[in-house]
Design a protein around this ligand. Structure first.
Ligand code: COA
Length: 193
């Protein structure tokens, strides 16, 4: 695990830097990623080993769509370590044809940085952005495969509940597991907190 705790990015300007040092999270800048980060995003997706090549292609198409029109269909947040190293990223967006439901489409952390709190940092920033848009729900779809068990534990640790399964969705024996976090009180008149 690289020690970047003393990292202070020159020229980071108004970018937010992590305040999580007390719990050992690497000091990174939290930014909206730029097109120049595409090769690093591809590398993180490929090294994860869990994604089929066509899934990597789809994730990169989402990133391209985000770069073309940030915040329209897709938004993104990234954790940047020294030397502009992309340590992790998340893509998310409002779910079409819903009122206040958002999807976390992709989240991945470089293998160098896993287990150091960056995944949680990314998801917390996604949730903050969703709440700022009066989002009610954040939905995540993932695989039931055994190699996704750590990912499912991560979602549970971040407060997401398994709410549904679609059997054999991705392939025979590979269900789609749907996780959900609710930000709003469904009893309130506006369905908001
Ligand atoms: C899933 C992933 C994003 C998690 O990121 P991370 O930086 O390693 O996770 P964090 O260190 O922030 O961990 C956050 C919480 O999840 C839990 N967690 C993370 N990895 C875990 C694992 N392998 N087993 C059990 N729990 C785990 C931690 O215990 C932690 O809980 P705590 O804060 O209460 O201690 C990262 O492992 C990853 O990129 N995996 C490969 C890509 C992937 O599967 N992406 C999701 C599908 S799109």
């Amino acid at each position: 695990m690289p020690d970047v705790r003393e990292f202070s990015r020159p020229g980071a300007g108004s970018r937010e830097t992590t305040s999580d040092r007390q719990r050992g999270t690497p000091a990174v800048s939290w930014i909206s990623p730029h097109r120049r980060h595409r090769p690093q995003i591809a590398h993180i997706l490929e090294e994860a080993g869990a994604f089929r090549p066509n899934e990597v292609d789809v994730a990169l198409e989402v990133f391209d769509a985000y770069c073309d029109a940030p915040g329209v269909d897709y938004s993104a947040v990234a954790a940047i370590a020294p030397e502009d190293e992309l340590a992790g990223f998340a893509f998310y967006g409002a779910t079409p044809c819903t009122v206040g439901c958002w999807d976390l489409y992709w989240i991945a952390v470089s293998s160098r940085y896993r287990g150091s709190g960056l995944g949680r940092g990314l998801i917390e920033r996604v949730e903050r952005a969703i709440k700022a848009e009066a989002g009610r729900l954040c939905l995540i779809e993932t695989s039931s495969r055994s190699d996704y068990e750590a990912t499912r534990r991560f979602y549970s640790a971040c407060g997401y509940d398994e709410v549904a399964r679609v059997p054999d969705f991705y392939a025979d024996g590979d269900d789609c597991v749907i996780y959900l976090k609710r930000f709003a009180d469904p009893q309130s008149p506006l369905g908001r907190e």
